[in-house]
Write a protein that binds this ligand. Sequence first.
Ligand SMILES: Nc1ncnc2c1ncn2[C@@H]1O[C@H](COP(=O)(O)OP(=O)(O)OP(=O)(O)O)[C@@H](O)[C@H]1O
Ligand SMILES: Cc1ncc(CO)c(N)n1
Length: 454
Amino acid sequence: MKKKLYPIAITIAGSDSGGGAGIEADLKTFAALGVHGVVALTSVTAQNTYQVTGIHDLPPEMVARQIITVWEDIGIDAGKTGMLSNSEIIRAVAETVSKLGFPLVVDPVMIAKSGAPLLRPEAMNALIKYMVPIATVITPNKHEAEKITGMKINNFEDARKAAKYIVEELGATAAIVKGGHIEVGEESIDIMYYNGKFYEFRAPRIVDGCTHGTGCSFSAAIAVELAKGRDIVKAVKTAKKFITMAIKYGVKVGRGACPVNPMAWIEIPAMKYHVIESVKEALKIIIENQKLFNKYIPETGSNLVMAIDPRYAETINDVAGVKGRIVRYGDGVKIVGPVEFGASSHMARLVLTAMKYDPSIRSAMNLKYDEKLVERAEKKGYIVVYIDRRNEPEEVRLVEGRSIPWIMETAFKKVKRVPDIIYDTGDVGKEAMIRVLGKTPVEVVYKALSIIRE
Ligand SMILES: Nc1ncnc2c1ncn2[C@@H]1O[C@H](COP(=O)(O)OP(=O)(O)OP(=O)(O)O)[C@@H](O)[C@H]1O
Ligand SMILES: Cc1ncc(CO)c(N)n1
């Protein structure tokens, strides 16, 4: 069969007005993982990160109609269910999906992170009776698995028993008991039972991440991979990586549990591409003006760096620079290696620290110290700060990597903003240096050129 350019995944779920869970999380997940998403809305919730203030269920016929209407024109390769709210909706969905016969991931949503019930008590039996048997994969958390099986789940052994029971006694093809709430340790471990075997999916537990919408986004990611034709084990593996990233780089908004960020999956690689291109563009300007730059390349070489967006930048691996630095070469300069993430440590740390004070300052370059450059910078009206490295505290000197943040912090304290230029006149074993900061590498290079040119 010819591979489809656009696999289609459907979410049959409720809307979260806060944009964190429900169909909003699902559609973001579908888009980020590269399928076309379609929707059958079950309920509208008035919800934010800490409470649900209203629920309005759609008529069951309307839910079924959405699925059928999409199916007959666009087709559906796989789907997921989220909030189904009441037993009539459950019956309508189960009946419709069974007729159409596409693979289905069932996220047996019962309670929101905020504690609000999203499934009416009368619907619990319908969920077990109608949804579990048609699930290709069902993804209960600890609490949901307890409700479905009537078992107590306190550890992974219990989780195994529950997963097996859901498959062998209740009729799901595969059951994953999610470990988000079981044995809170270093890892978040999900247990799957499928085809007579147990599988474990592990990821580091994220302590200060965002968890509103984790279950929705995780089940949506599995549905995407099934829509692409992947087998169940591969689908869950990808979904696990995906959800871990979405939790880690969550959308830090609201007073309650902040929403997961399914866009991180594509935004980070996209930003990395953009950053590399931006540094390369600025390097071209350096090469065009290499004779001017020659005199101002430090003995230890220069680097030009740019960080990805401050929402995502954490370590020097999130900052791109020139591998092997920029060095003097004849009467010009040489860009020694490729532009890579993690290629710079000093300039990268400078930018990472600067971004804490001003998130828009994402780029920097260092030049050899020359008092003429400092004079010109001051004349041009740049904010220029001098740092006396002899004042560097002992505890900063002794720890590798602490000096640069100290320089940035000290400079910020002096002028209450991130300066355009920070310079020092060196110390024993430390070369005197000028550091030019700015929003983009092109801006930084032009700033540098404007003080280099006589
Ligand atoms: N703090 C965490 N760090 C890493 N992974 C986590 C964390 N919390 C949950 N997960 C993972 O996220 C996925 C969703 O699990 P979770 O148990 O949170 O779902 P849920 O309770 O159904 O979520 P929701 O409240 O959105 O319905 C699982 O793969 C789980 O292991
Ligand atoms: C609409 C909706 N579906 C699912 C969840 C589960 O987190 C939620 N909070 N809201």
